[in-house]
Design a protein. Structure first.
Length: 1001
């Protein structure tokens, strides 16, 4: 605290100078104030530091805020603004004006033009603060952006391009991850991370630090395994099969539990490496069933598991636990189990915010966590003095034996306060406890407003009115943070807001935040906690004998400073455990973070480089060295290279055949060998790409390398997660789990780099196949083999070379191109594609590089459509060959034999059969068969409709012809009809085949 006092005195002297400048700046016109911004920017550009501009800049902002918002910053707010500029955490009590404080540091740091991010905990606060403070920034000539979850990519890019951007913490992190998955540098939305001001810094940097940000994709279907693990866990009992550590909330299998689990899954050893997946699923199921509580950690809404923020009590739609824990909860609650996804990108908040050049934050309570802020984020926590003395009265805790006794007393005190009209805020720790209190209040006939995870939409509105006469507000934890509770003159005279906490929280600062809702800006107020021996914190940290003693009190209670101190010590212990857990997460993520930064940096280089031959050369060297290692053998105790074997390996794939001889390599060190081999590899590659347009080569190189990057980086992330989930078993072998993780992760990372190089080079060698048949051809071939059995020929550009070049394009390439040009899957048709390319070429007609790229993309997509036409023709030919016997077999397979079936019945049968098809080929075959049956069903339904329309005139001769046409109006079949308009059975069978052809076409 002595350090804080010294710094506050130092910053206070600077604040006094700013206040003394008030009269001078009041003489400025609006235009003169605005012009100061450009003056400051010019001075920064000419080498002046932001520190040297601080007094002038803060004086300008103070005057502008007064003119625009009619708010004049107090001395303590200026001190807070200086703390933020210094890159520290400013602890400012509730109601001290943190929103205005942030204005100063944001303005000053925006003068560099590198961007400032103001981070809030929810979109309501982002929108509110950007609108209020944006008026001041705009008045001074700075631009303001608002980033949110639902806006488009271009709008995000525009928001981040502004001088100051308001955003939520989650969206900021996800945008960073998404930016490192793009295939064009222009598609990124963020600039470099320069300076961040985090509102409610403790919530973002401490409370959410245990939950990593994860972008998922793909799927792993293990639904039956989740259900089996859940069923197994429900057969286990505590304590004979399962032990639970209440302090750390960890669950362990006893010897009895291990035997039962092994018997349930019919395995001999649960800890065998082959059973790692089963062990992982069982542990998740045990956590879900024994430590996760409904309405506390999660709730169920509309058949979905919705997580609850433990620190605010708000629900978190769209969030899910990773690593199979979400699926374990779904199995526990009997709701639909979603397929587990693969992690495509991940980062913790701790490592994300450490990417900023400078980080600062504001909060009402952070001093108790200063050690963590300092160790992890290198930021100090400095307590700002209040503008007016705090006169709130913090009463001693009332301690009861049971929850029932506690809530009876709470209702009794509440009635007394309500009778005199004093407003009361009741703070709870969970949805479950808030609903329990609500039942007591309803029984007592007390009117109240409630905010919890199930009722959070009116949160700000309810909190604002919580200071009115007779107001009773029931809120979960920190609900309403960022919104002040304003008293009326009448409630101020009654003693102000009375805050009642019905349970101590895990962290002291959260208790302090609840207390801090009363007594803002020198207002009167009172706080008191009601606690019982049945509260979770006390169950975890008090001895059974102590709890038994309190049970003898009945409805009575005690006030004991010593007991209150014991509770505080329990909170300190729990804070230490939570810090250790977050530090443990960080220790492991630091390893992945170093790898992530290296990968993302190299990825950016690839996105921005025009010529990727340097990258390709490095890849070739990596492959060459790896092959040399593989061709090394132990001879007389030394590893030597088998040069003959090495050249054989290279000749078949990587170099021009017989261009390298044994004498070229014998006697050289491995590194020298690798350099020579790399040069030969490049010679072959240059031969392969000879004659292919440069823009095509560059585009193919970039996409191929990035696809390999992303594929193996995703695999590495998931392997690292699996490695980490089981690494703790190393302690049983007397090994340090973290040291083992570092070593194993490094091996995985090196293997990943080799895999990236190998796949990228191999795919590029295959893509540019200069050894095709020699013929006088003026076209290039692009192979899209996965779309059909035949090669696909696409006109790329007239070439004078006689060699026919082949370029492989993957389905991922196609998806990326369609996304880039803005064509949705449902809009994919030749007219739409041609129209879109025409629009883009008109838009970029002055950009030669973009036009070259569009030409390549258009040729590729045109070729794809040509191939699809071939596939359709092929399927149409297959349909023509379909026999009645073949149709009968399909009908029997779908379970529709012996009846006139409908399209709906075909659909239901298809959905029933689809999960049984275990290969992509079988699924495609089933799809074709369903189309055939749909065509038949449509013919039957159409015939039934025609029969219905015959009407009363049955005797009318309707002999004639029934003409069948395809969608283009071409006549496919003419069928003779009977006098009553019907069609003979043999004609109908033929009709079904024709309808099938039309349907498939």
């Amino acid at each position: 605290m002595a350090r804080d006092s010294k710094l506050v005195n130092k910053y206070g002297k600077i604040a006094d100078i700013i206040i003394q400048n008030e009269q001078a700046y009041a003489q400025f016109t609006d235009e003169q104030l605005k012009n100061k911004t450009q003056e400051f920017k010019d001075r920064v550009a000419n080498g002046e530091t932001l520190d040297s501009l601080l007094v002038e800049a803060y004086s300008v902002v103070r005057e502008a805020a007064f003119r625009v918002l009619k708010l004049k910053a107090y001395r303590v707010q200026l001190i807070g603004g200086i703390i933020l500029h210094e890159g520290d955490i400013a602890e400012m009590k509730t109601g001290e004006g943190k929103t205005l404080t942030g204005l100063f540091a944001a303005y000053l740091n925006a003068l560099t033009g590198q961007g400032v991010h103001v981070v809030t905990v929810n979109e309501y606060l982002s929108k509110r603060d950007s609108e209020i403070n944006g008026l001041v920034y705009n008045f001074l000539g700075l631009t303001v952006g608002l980033n949110s979850r639902d806006i488009s990519k271009s709008d995000k890019r525009e928001a981040y391009a502004q001088d100051i951007t308001y955003t939520t913490n989650a969206e900021l992190g996800f945008d960073y991850l998404r930016d490192n998955m793009v295939y064009n540098f222009e598609d990124k939305v963020q600039r470099k991370l320069n300076f961040a001001i985090i509102d409610e810094a403790d919530s973002v940097l401490i409370d959410e630090a245990r939950t990593p940000l994860i972008i998922s994709g793909g799927s792993q279907n293990r639904i039956n395994m989740y259900m089996a693990a859940d069923a197994c866990s429900k057969t286990l009992k505590e304590p004979e099969d399962v032990e639970i550590d209440l302090e750390s909330k960890q669950v362990y299998l006893t010897d009895s539990g291990i035997k039962k689990a092994q018997k349930y899954f019919s395995i001999e050893n649960l800890f065998d490496f082959r059973n790692t997946e089963i062990f992982h699923l069982i542990m998740n199921a045990l956590k879900a069933n024994f430590t996760f509580k409904k309405e506390i950690e999660y709730t169920v809404q509309d058949g979905e598991i919705i997580l609850i923020d433990q620190f605010t009590g708000r629900t978190m739609p769209g969030r899910a636990y990773s690593d199979g824990l979400q699926q374990a909860l779904q199995a526990k609650e009997g709701v639909e189990i979603e397929e587990e996804t693969q992690t495509l990108a991940t980062i913790t908040y701790q490592n994300f915010y450490r990417l900023y050049n400078k980080l600062s934050g504001m909060t009402g309570t952070a001093k108790t966590e200063e050690e963590e802020f300092l160790k992890i984020y290198n930021t100090r926590v400095i307590v700002c003095p209040t503008n007016k003395p705090v006169i709130r009265k913090d009463e001693p805790d009332l301690t009861f034996g049971t929850k029932n006794a506690k809530l009876k007393r709470l209702v009794h005190d509440l009635k007394e306060l309500n009778e005199i009209g004093r407003p009361v805020l009741i703070g709870t720790t969970s949805v479950e406890s808030s609903e329990q209190v609500a039942r007591y209040l309803e029984k007592a006939g007390l009117k109240f407003e409630m905010i919890n995870a199930k009722n959070h939409l009116r949160e700000a509105e309810i909190v604002e009115k919580a200071g009115q006469v007779k107001a009773i507000t029931l809120a979960t934890n920190m609900a309403g943070r960022g919104t002040d509770i304003k008293l009326t003159d009448e409630t101020r005279k009654l003693g102000g807001l009375f805050v009642m906490g019905i349970e101590r929280n895990e962290a002291r600062r959260i208790d302090n935040q609840l207390r801090g809702r009363a007594g803002r800006q020198g207002d009167p107020g009172t706080s008191r906690f009601y606690i019982s021996m049945e509260d979770e914190l006390l169950i975890r940290f008090t001895a059974p004998k102590v709890r038994q003693y309190f049970l003898k009190l009945g409805d009575d209670h005690i006030k004991s400073k010593m007991f209150t101190k014991a509770i505080t010590n329990a909170q300190k212990k729990l804070e230490g455990l939570n810090f250790d857990q977050r530090k443990n997460v960080l220790d492991y993520d630091n390893i992945l973070s170093q790898q992530r930064e290296a990968m993302y940096s190299q990825r950016d280089d690839i996105l921005q480089q025009e010529d990727l031959k340097v990258v390709l050369s490095k890849f070739q060297y990596t492959i060459a060295f790896e092959i040399i290692e593989e061709c090394s053998e132990l001879v007389r105790g030394e590893r030597t290279v088998n040069v003959e074997l090495l050249i054989k390996r290279l000749n078949t794939q990587y170099i021009v055949k017989d261009s390298l001889e044994e004498k070229d390599l014998i006697g050289l060190e491995k590194q020298q060998m690798a350099k020579i081999i790399q040069k030969h590899m490049m010679e072959l590659y240059l031969q392969k790409v000879e004659g292919v347009p440069e823009n095509v080569i560059h585009e193919m190189e970039r996409r191929t390398i990035l696809q390999s990057f992303d594929r193996f980086w995703t695999r590495h992330i998931n392997l690292s997660q699996k490695l980490r989930s089981g690494i703790y078993l190393q302690q049983y072998a007397q090994n340090n789990p973290l040291h083992e993780y570092v070593e194993q992760s490094a091996k995985l990372f090196n293997k990943m780099k080799i895999n990236i190089a190998t796949e990228a080079v191999d795919r590029l060698y295959q893509s540019f196949n200069g050894e095709g048949s020699v013929e006088n051809s003026s076209r290039s071939k692009i192979d899209l083999g996965s779309l059909g059995s035949d090669d696909i020929s696409i006109q790329v550009a007239p070439q004078p070379q006689p060699k026919e070049q082949v370029i492989n394009v993957t389905e991922q390439d196609i998806d990326n191109i369609l996304t880039e040009i803005g064509i949705k899957p449902e809009d994919f048709s030749r007219p739409n594609v041609e129209k879109r390319f025409a629009e883009l070429k008109e838009e970029f007609k002055d950009d030669s590089q973009k036009m070259k790229k569009l030409d390549v993309q258009q040729h590729i997509i045109s070729g794809l459509m040509d191939k699809l036409d071939e596939v359709v023709d092929q399927k149409r030919r297959q349909a023509l060959e379909l026999t009645q016997d073949g149709i009968d077999k399909i009908v029997e397979k779908f379970g529709l034999k012996g009846k006139l079936f409908t399209t709906q019945e075909v659909k239901e049968a298809f959905e029933r059969l689809l999960p049984e098809q275990n290969t992509e080929e079988l699924k495609n075959q089933l799809d074709v068969e369903a189309n055939i049956l749909n065509a038949i069903a449509e013919a039957i339904e159409r015939k039934a409709e025609e029969d219905k329309n015959v009407g009363d005139n049955k005797n009318e001769d309707k002999s004639g012809e029934y003409v069948m046409k395809d969608k283009k109006g071409n006549v496919v079949k003419k069928i003779k009809t009977n006098p009553d308009g019907s069609i003979n059975e043999d004609e109908l069978e033929d009709t079904e085949q024709v309808q099938t052809k039309i349907k498939i076409g």
